[in-house]
Design a binder for this molecule. Structure first.
Ligand SMILES: NC(=O)c1ccc[n+]([C@@H]2O[C@H](COP(=O)([O-])OP(=O)(O)OC[C@H]3O[C@@H](n4cnc5c(N)ncnc54)[C@H](O)[C@@H]3O)[C@@H](O)[C@H]2O)c1
Length: 316
């Protein structure tokens, strides 16, 4: 299979490329290496992927690249490029979110709609639900995002639906619930938590820590994306980790694994919802999704990777 992965240099995209290459597929990764966080971390992901002969990298912005030749012959397109993060999506930054989450998705769909790939898999988000009215939350619940970020992810998802309904582009939008694992974006809570634990720094919790999340390990997300790309399913489906856990519990697990940690409490950030929990009945029946990695094993893998990265930094 020839696959195109947008956002290939990012956290989830780089793991997805690893998996596709391990399955023996040809992968073209596209990424603009935006400076949302240290582009050096993204470049490291690309350099590692480039060691594989079946991987090719195209650096550039989806809003500017000539997409037709790039997508020609692609059997599956995984669209993960975007501007992530709830807290920074307010104010003037919103324009960046519109460009990177909405306009890119529309441009990509325009480029494929005349001669669509076998499947286009879009990385949507649990943030489309906002503070949901029921838990675990099913896909039929009306989405009510609570942040500008969630609004742009919902717009991207609905563009997929529009091109699917109108032109028959076989799209799948997966609503990912708080993804974590090695190489997680440095701004995300678990990455900060693990860093604080290993460096003896203070960890800042926004809110009282009682907020719950359906944390999903990155290999489970990759499995869902891969499974969805190979199934006949089209439409929207949840991808969660299988349990709803308070952030305070995750802090306890990291302390049990890595030793005591100083925790500082800050106010709740606007746009942060209180709870998330995914009903994964649909993804289980549509493409056999079943999360495999529990929180302790997932955090332990994150700590291991962070320890070896720290050791490398010390050597350099
Ligand atoms: N991490 C999560 O918990 C989570 C949850 C739900 C949904 N998502 C979605 O999954 C996707 C990947 O998230 P991530 O955490 O890996 O983020 P990430 O920031 O690590 O990866 C996104 C990548 O997209 C690239 N990019 C951004 N705009 C681009 C453009 N215009 N052209 C080309 N490349 C561009 C960035 O350089 C980056 O490498 C995003 O779309 C995000 O909204 C993530």
């Amino acid at each position: 299979m020839r696959a195109v992965v947008t956002g290939a240099a990012g956290f989830i995209g780089s793991h997805l490329c690893d998996r596709l290459l391990a399955e023996g597929h040809q992968v073209l990764g596209i990424d603009a290496l935006t400076d949302t966080y240290d582009p050096g971390l993204k470049m490291r992901n690309v350099e590692r992927l480039r060691l594989r002969p079946a991987f090719a990298f195209l650096g550039g912005d989806l809003l500017q690249l000539r997409l037709a030749p790039v997508l020609d012959g692609a059997e599956v397109v995984f669209h993960l490029a975007g501007q992530p993060g709830v807290r920074s999506s307010w104010g003037e930054e919103f324009a960046t979110y519109v460009e990177r989450n909405v306009l890119t998705t529309q441009r990509l769909l325009e480029a494929v709609h005349a001669d669509p790939p076998r499947k286009l898999v879009y990385a949507s988000s649990s943030s489309v639900y906002g503070q949901a009215q029921s838990y675990p939350t099913g896909e039929s619940l009306r989405p009510l995002p609570m942040s500008p970020y969630g609004v742009t992810k919902l717009a991207g998802e609905q563009l997929c639906e529009v091109y699917r309904e109108t032109f028959g582009v076989p799209t799948v939008a997966l609503r990912l619930f708080t993804v974590y694992g090695p190489r997680q974006r440095p701004d995300m809570a678990f990455a900060r938590l693990v860093r604080a634990a290993l460096r003896g720094e203070r960890f800042t919790v926004y809110g009282d820590g009682g907020q719950t999340r359906d944390f999903t390990f990155v290999s489970d997300v990759v499995e869902a994306m891969y499974g969805a790309s190979r199934s006949s399913f089209t439409g929207v489906a949840n991808v969660g980790g299988g349990s709803q856990v308070p952030l305070n519990h995750a802090i306890e697990v990291v302390q049990a694994l890595a030793g005591p940690l100083e925790v500082e409490r800050a106010g709740t950030a606007p746009g942060d919802v209180r709870d998330t929990a995914a009903d994964i009945t649909l993804s289980a029946s549509a493409f056999g999704y079943a999360p495999r990695v529990d929180l302790r094993a997932g955090l332990s893998a994150m700590l291991d990777e962070a320890r070896s990265r720290l050791a490398e930094e010390v050597r350099v």
